[in-house]
Design a protein around this ligand. Sequence first.
Ligand SMILES: [Zn+2]
Length: 155
Amino acid sequence: MYYVIDTSAILSGKINIAAGNLIFPESVINEIQHGNIKYLIDSMENIRVYRPEEGYLNIVKEASKKTGDYNVLSSTDMDIIALALQFNAIIITDDYAIQNVASRLKIKYSGASINEIKREIRWLYRCTGCHKIYNEDIKECPVCGHKLKRFTKKL
Ligand SMILES: [Zn+2]
């Protein structure tokens, strides 16, 4: 069984990474590296990194327009759903918009509390310009000056 894991689930540090074959979108790896927590990724095994095929991305885009989540999903979110579709994988995410679209496409998903570990809510902030990730809302990105957007929704 394959799992696709979103950034917030990785950041929770609570995924039992030895438990299966993990798939990460290339874009998630980039986010992680921007967030200076690349060591997390480096410490993980059984990881496959892919960029989703265009055809699957288009299916996800269409589905998200129908569910009304299109404007809420980041391109990384789209990648996550598309890869799950492509590899018939389970998505691990606490993001309601991702879950919503996954459910429309009959993709299985689970919260980050999988492996009987308690779920922890955590908000992160992504720069709308350079996409650097911050742990707190510092209003404006010190790197490029754009506004930050909160991105672990819901729960
Ligand atoms: Zn920035």
